[in-house]
Write a protein that binds this ligand. Structure first.
Ligand code: ADP
Ligand code: MG
Length: 470
C-alpha cells in the first residue's frame, strides 16, 4: 500500500516506495511533482480544506476517490484515505495518506454495468417482441402468471394485465385437465422436457376454449420461469366434432337401406305369427315368444341406428367385451351385406376378450371398416373378421375380397376428405384411426389390387373385469 505524509499546503514530505511505484515516479521526482501529480495533490488538498470544517480534532480517516494519469498513459483509479495528524495543542500539522489502486475493481464494475444494461436492453426488447407477437404468450413461475402479452390477454378475455398477474395456472386450466398439468410438471422434474400442450381453459368471462401450444423454460427477471406460446384451437376442435357428426349421419343414412331390410325380416315373421294367432283359438306361448324376440331384434337395430347418429358428448371408458361388441356390429351390418350379396363371417376365439374403452366409439371403428369393405366389393363375396389375442393385445382383422388399393391410395388413407367414391366423405378412416389411437391401439393395412384388402386393428386387452358392463 502506498503511503505518504503531505504538508498542509499540499506537498509530499515523506513517501514509501510502494507509492513511488504506484504513481510511476521516484522520490526525488515527486518532491517537485509533475502536473498530473500536482493535480492529485491539489485534489487531496482541496478535499481537506473542505473537510477542515470538520472538528479539527477529528482523526478519523476521510476517504476520497480520484482519477490519476500514470506516466505510461494509463488512467488509474486511486482510493486515498486521509487522516489529519495533530500536534500537542490539537493543531493539524500534516496529512497522513494511504493510497490504494482500485483500477481493476472499477474496470470490472463498469464492465458489469455494461453487461447488465445490455441484458436489460435484451430483456426489454425480448418483451417488446413478445408484446407484438400475434400468438398469446404467458410467462409463469411456480404456476403463477408473471406476464401476458396482449394476445394472451385477449385469449382469456382479460381487460388489463392486473386481472392476470398472480393468477394460478390452476385458475386458467379447466379442472378436467388438471391431470395433464400435473403429469407435465412431473415429467419436467424428472427429465427437464416440456414439449407441447393442449388444454381446455376457462376464460375470465367463463367461456371455455381449447388451446394448443408449447412451453419452454427461460430466465425471466433473473430467475427460472416458463414461457408458453399458445394457439386458440377451439374453432378447429368444434370443426372436427362437426365433421365427425356429419360422417356419423352419413353412415347412418347409408346404413338405412340395409337396416330397413334387416327390419323387414322380423316384421314379416311377426306378421305371419300374428295371423296364426288370430286364426287359432287359444293364445300360443311359442308364437308369442317368437314375436317378442323378433320385436327385441327390431328394437336393438333401431336403437343402434339412433345411437350411431347421435352426437356422443360423454367419453367414459369402461371394460368392453370385444366379441359381443363385434357381434352387435355384424348384426347391424348384415342387412346391408345381404343387399349386396355379401356375407360377413366372424372367425372368433371362444373365450371372451376384454378391452378398456368406449363401446360406441369402438363400434364406429368396425362399422367404418365393414362399410368400406362392403363398398369395395361389387360382385358379392365374403368379408372375414378374425380375432386373435397375443400377450396383452387383441388383433382384429377385417378382410375383404374387394377391389384392393393402389400404393397411392394406401398413402392417402386417413387424410381428411380423401375419397375415391362418388358419395364418399373421406372421413371414415380418419375417425377410425383417431378412435383407435385414443384407445392406445394401432391400425395397419395390407392390400392387393383386384384381390382384396385387410385392415388389422390391434388394441390392448385387460384382464376380465370384476364388473362386466356388456
Ligand atoms: P370414404 O369411405 O367416405 O371414401 P374413408 O376414409 O372410409 O372414406 O376411406 C377413404 C378411401 O380409402 C376410400 O375412398 C377408398 O378409396 C379407400 N378404402 C378404404 N377402405 C378400403 C377397402 N377396404 N378397400 C379398398 N379401398 C378402401
Ligand atoms: Mg368409409
Amino acid at each position: 500500500m502506498g503511503m505518504a505524509l503531505i504538508s498542509l499546503d499540499g506537498t509530499f514530505l515523506k513517501l514509501n516506495s510502494a507509492l513511488c511505484d504506484l504513481l510511476g515516479y521516484d522520490e526525488t521526482e515527486l518532491t517537485t511533482p509533475s502536473p498530473t501529480v500536482r493535480t492529485l495533490l491539489d485534489q487531496i488538498h482541496k478535499f481537506n480544506s473542505l473537510g477542515s470544517s470538520l472538528p479539527s480534532t477529528s482523526t478519523d480517516p476521510q476517504r476520497l476517490e480520484v482519477d490519476y494519469f500514470h506516466p505510461t498513459g494509463r488512467r488509474l483509479s486511486l482510493k486515498v484515505s486521509i487522516s489529519i495528524l495533530l500536534d500537542d495543542n490539537g493543531q493539524p500539522i500534516y496529512y497522513f495518506t494511504q493510497f490504494e489502486n482500485k483500477t481493476l475493481i472499477r474496470e470490472m464494475e463498469t464492465q458489469l454495468q455494461v453487461v447488465n444494461s445490455h441484458l436489460l436492453e435484451k430483456e426489454s426488447s425480448f418483451l417488446q417482441l413478445l408484446e407484438e407477437l400475434p400468438q398469446p404468450v404467458l410467462i409463469t413461475r411456480g404456476g403463477i402468471v408473471l406476464y401476458a402479452n396482449s394476445a394472451g390477454l385477449q385469449l382469456i378475455h382479460a381487460e388489463s394485465l392486473d386481472q392476470v398477474l398472480g393468477l394460478s395456472t390452476m385458475d386458467i386450466v379447466d379442472y378436467s385437465n388438471y391431470e395433464i398439468l400435473s403429469e407435465r410438471r412431473k415429467k419436467f422434474n424428472t427429465d427437464r422436457t416440456t414439449g407441447s400442450v393442449c388444454y381446455l381453459i376457462n376464460c375470465l368471462n367463463n367461456q371455455q376454449k381449447y388451446v394448443d401450444g408449447i412451453t419452454l423454460p427461460i430466465i425471466y427477471e433473473g430467475n427460472e420461469a416458463f414461457i408458453g406460446i399458445f394457439k386458440d384451437i377451439s374453432e378447429q376442435v368444434l370443426e372436427d366434432e362437426r365433421l365427425i357428426q356429419s360422417e356419423k349421419l352419413s353412415t347412418a343414412g347409408q346404413l338405412a337401406a340395409g337396416i330397413a331390410h334387416e327390419i323387414r325380416n322380423p316384421l314379416t315373421a311377426i306378421n305371419g305369427f300374428m295371423k296364426l294367432l288370430r286364426s287359432s283359438e287359444r293364445m300360443n306361448d311359442k308364437y308369442i315368444s317368437i314375436i317378442e324376440s323378433e320385436l327385441k331384434r327390431i328394437e336393438f337395430i333401431v336403437n343402434e341406428l339412433l345411437v350411431l347418429s347421435k352426437p356422443q358428448t360423454t367419453h367414459i371408458s369402461k371394460p368392453v367385451d370385444l366379441l359381443s361388441l363385434l357381434e352387435q356390429v355384424t348384426t347391424l351390418m348384415n342387412g346391408q351385406a345381404a343387399l349386396k350379396n355379401l356375407k360377413i363371417l366372424p372367425v372368433c376365439t371362444d373365450h371372451s376378450i376384454w378391452i378398456n374403452g368406449e363401446a360406441y366409439q369402438l363400434k364406429q371403428v368396425f362399422i367404418n371398416l365393414l362399410k368400406n369393405a362392403m363398398e369395395a366389393m361389387n360382385h358379392g363375396g365374403n368379408i372375414y373378421i378374425h380375432v386373435q389375442t397375443y400377450d396383452r393385445e387383441a388383433r382384429i382383422s377385417v378382410q375383404d375380397e374387394g377391389c384392393g388399393m393402389t400404393e397411392e391410395q394406401i398413402n392417402a388413407l386417413g387424410k381428411p376428405f380423401y375419397t375415391t367414391k362418388e358419395t364418399g366423405t373421406g372421413l371414415g378412416y380418419m375417425i377410425t384411426q383417431n378412435i383407435i389411437h385414443n384407445h392406445g391401439g394401432a391400425i395397419s393395412v395390407e392390400s392387393i389390387l383386384e384381390q382384396g384388402t385387410t385392415f388389422t386393428v390391434s388394441i390392448p386387452t385387460i384382464i376380465t373385469p370384476e364388473e362386466p358392463i356388456m
